[in-house]
Write a protein that binds this ligand. Structure first.
Ligand code: ADP
Length: 397
C-alpha cells in the first residue's frame, strides 16, 4: 500500500509518499508560504532531480491539490490517485485523550479541536490539513499520529507541575511532552540495534534538532520527558529558552514594556542558542564554526546547551535507577560529533567513554562508545515519517 504522510503547519506542508512494504520513500516534498506571496512546491520523486514549481497557494486546499498533482502528473508523477491507500497525519497535541494513533473520524476531529487551545499554533493547522485531504481524497482512510501519545505513559509525579491541582483538573495544565513519534521510533530501533528486548532496557533518547527534547524510556515506556505543556520547556533549543524561572517573564515585560505576545515571541523565537550567541545563529553548523574560530558567543551558547543536556541525562538516570544506552538523534544529534563530544565529556559520572573515531559519524546508525564504556552511546537517526506510515498502515491494511 502507498501511504501519504502529511505534516501540516500554518504556512507549510511537508509530505512523503511511502511504500508500506518496501518502506521506501517514493516521493517527498514541501509546500512553502501557503497563503503568502511567493508560494512554491518543491518535491523530489524517487531517482529524479528536485522539482520546484512557483505557483499561488492561497490556502491548504490548493496546497493539497498541488501535492496530488505532483504525485500523479504524467511527466514526473509516481502513482495514480487510486493507488494512495491511506493518509497519515502528524498531529502535534493529543492532550490526554490520545495514547496511540487512531483512524480519523468526526469524533476524532472534534477531540483534536477540543485540545487546540493547548497547541494554538499547531493543532488548527493540522486540522486544516486533514480537512483538505478529506476533500481531495474522499473515502481514503486517514490516521492521526500524535506527538504527545508516546509520553502518555508518564506517571503522575513526572507530569504534574507544582501548581494548584485545580488547574490540572480544570484546564489540563500538566506536562505532555512532544517529539513522541521520534522518541518512540528511536528507542525501539536502539533496542533492535543492541539485540535486546526493549522491556529489559533503560534508554535515554536525546532528540537534538532545532526543537530539542530528552526522554527517559524504561522497559519501552516513556517515564519522563523534558518538554511540558508546550514545546517551550526543557532543553535550550535553537531559538527557545527551555526551562526558565517563570518570574523572568514578568521581569522582562516590565523592564521593556512588552505585551504578552511580544514576550512570548522573545521566549520562542529570539532565545535559545540564537539569543545566547548574541544572534550569531540558531544553526549548530554556524555555532560550531564560531566555536572553533574563538567566537565567545558561540562557545557560550553551545556549552550552555550541552550542560543542560547533561543535567537532564543525570536526572533521567536517577529517575530510571540507571541507564543502559544514550541515543542521539535529529539534526544536531545525528550530525554534530562536535556537540555530542561536549555533552559526553560531561558524562564521566556514569562511566561513559566516547570512541572519538566512531563519533565522526554523520546521519547513520553507529555505536559511538568504547567497548569498556559503562553505558552504550549511540547515534540513531530518527524517521518520524516512516513511523507515521507504519502506524497508518497498521490501522488501515
Ligand atoms: P527541526 O526538525 O527541529 O527543525 P532538525 O532535526 O532538522 O530540526 O535539526 C535542524 C538542526 O540540525 C539545524 O538547525 C542545525 O543546527 C543542525 N544540523 C544539521 N546538520 C548539521 C551538521 N552537519 N552539523 C551540525 N549541526 C547540524
Amino acid at each position: 500500500m502507498k501511504i501519504l504522510v502529511i505534516n501540516c503547519g500554518s504556512s507549510s506542508l511537508k509530505f512523503q509518499l511511502i511504500d508500506s512494504e518496501s518502506e521506501q520513500v517514493i516521493c517527498k516534498g514541501l509546500c512553502e508560504r501557503i497563503g503568502i506571496d511567493g508560494s512554491r512546491i518543491v518535491y523530489t520523486p524517487e531517482g529524479k532531480n528536485k522539482i520546484t514549481v512557483e505557483t499561488p497557494m492561497p490556502d491548504h486546499n490548493k496546497a493539497i491539490e498541488l501535492v496530488i498533482e505532483a504525485l500523479t502528473n504524467k511527466e514526473n508523477g509516481v502513482v495514480s490517485l487510486d493507488e494512495i491507500g491511506a493518509v497519515g497525519h502528524r498531529i502535534v497535541h493529543g492532550g490526554e485523550k490520545f495514547t496511540k494513533s487512531v483512524v480519523i473520524n468526526d469524533e476524532v476531529i472534534k477531540a483534536i479541536e477540543d485540545v487546540s487551545d493547548l497547541a494554538p499554533l499547531h493543532n488548527p493547522a493540522n486540522l486544516i490539513g486533514i480537512k483538505a485531504c478529506q476533500k481531495a481524497m474522499p473515502g481514503v482512510p486517514m490516521v492521526a499520529v500524535f506527538d504527545t501519545a508516546f509520553h502518555q505513559t508518564m506517571p503522575e509525579n513526572a507530569y504534574l507541575y507544582g501548581l494548584h491541582y485545580s488547574y490540572y483538573e480544570k484546564y489540563g495544565i500538566r506536562r505532555y511532552g512532544f517529539h513522541g513519534t521520534s522518541h518512540s521510533y528511536v528507542s525501539k530501533r536502539a533496542a533492535e540495534i543492541l539485540g535486546k528486548d526493549i522491556k529489559d532496557l533503560k534508554l535515554i533518547v536525546c532528540h537534538l534538532g532545532n526543537g530539542a527534547s530528552v526522554s527517559a524510556v524504561k522497559g519501552g515506556k516513556c517515564i519522563d520527558t523534558s518538554m511540558g505543556l508546550t514545546p517551550l520547556e526543557g532543553l535550550i533549543m535553537g531559538t527557545r529558552t527551555g526551562d526558565i524561572d517563570p518570574s523572568v517573564v514578568e521581569f522582562i515585560m516590565k523592564k521593556e514594556n512588552l505585551s504578552v505576545a511580544e514576550v512570548n515571541n522573545i521566549l520562542n523565537k529570539k532565545s535559545g542558542v540564537f539569543g545566547l550567541s548574541n544572534e550569531l545563529s540558531s544553526d549548530f553548523r554556524d555555532l560550531e564554526d564560531g566555536y572553533l574560530n574563538g567566537n565567545e558567543g558561540a562557545k557560550r551558547a553551545v556549552d550552555t546547551f550541552a550542560y543542560r543536556v547533561v543535567k537532564y541525562i543525570g536526572a533521567y538516570t536517577a529517575a530510571m535507577g540507571g541507564v543502559d544506552a544514550i541515543c542521539f538523534t535529529a539534526g544536531v544529534g545525528e550530525n554534530s560529533g562536535f556537540t555530542r563530544k561536549i555533552i559526553i565529556d560531561g558524562l564521566g559520572f556514569i562511566g561513559a567513554s566516547l570512541n572519538e573515531e566512531a563519533n565522526t559519524v554523520r546521519g547513520k546508525e553507529e555505536i559511538i562508545s568504547n567497548p569498556d564504556s559503562k553505558v552504550t552511546l549511540m547515534v540513531v537517526p530518527t524517521n518520524e515519517e516512516l513511523a507515521i506510515a507504519r502506524d497508518t498502515y497498521a490501522l488501515c491494511k
